[in-house]
Write a new protein. Sequence first.
Length: 310
Amino acid sequence: MKFVKSLLTLTLAASAAVALAGCSDTGSSGGGETEGSLNVTVVTPYLANAATKEVIELFTADGEARGWNVSVVDTAGDMNKLNSAFQDAAAQQPDAIVLGTGDPTQISLGLKSAADAGVPVFAIDAGEAEGITANVTSDNTDLGEQSANALIDAMGGTGQVVMLTHDPHPGVKARAAGARAVFEEAGIEIIEEKHVNVPGPVDDARTSVQDIMSSRGADVTGIWGGWDEPALGATQALDAAGIDDVPVVGVDGQDFAVAEIEKGGPFVATIKQDWPAIAAKVADLIEATVVDGTQPEQTQFELPGTLIEQ
């Protein structure tokens, strides 16, 4: 009897184990991925930037709502570490890697590692490059043109401007090129272009503008910021100096920028980027590529921005 009972117990346990294994199998019978099983790694050098933080948080929330596991790695402005972070991410073989803003041409080794591992790479607000399946961003040339025109209007159509730039970011570089072309066509002199460091763009821009206004303040009639944080730093410098006749513009449409514009001070305009749509588009492309096996019809997607001004 003891033998029979033991045999019955083992049989029931084995049946239960088989049943549980069947219930826990979330993969498709064909060996492909299902939407809820995706592991996605986001690698960024700019998480300290307000706009980058916002769009990555939106993407993470979108992915998690789809049942994905989304992890984020930040290299805090260190581009050398960005390559290593990509290589480490590729070694883990997630279903996809996302470059959360940044210059893909600086991470060729990381992109090669992802390609060798068979991991597709997508980008948010970065640029086109070999190894990037698709990049989703704003029409940055248009953002630069819109913001430059807003600054020219605020200056009354004439004057000299200072540009606060950051060429390592492809989007900011494209905005600066768009703004520069508008200024040149309108006969607006660019008396200085100043690179803004990241992390710490608000403080760096504030210090730079303080120095510029001290040395050649009478020549400056407008300040163009490649994104909202240096524009905020410029505004703080002008406020501290009691200067209220030099307008400032930025790009991104962050809440703090809108609040400054509503005050009626130096910060007169920004261009709001559609971060929810950008984040959702990247998630849709990952799902289509990894789950459905459908490659994107193009490698660059550019969405429009919206002018916000006094």
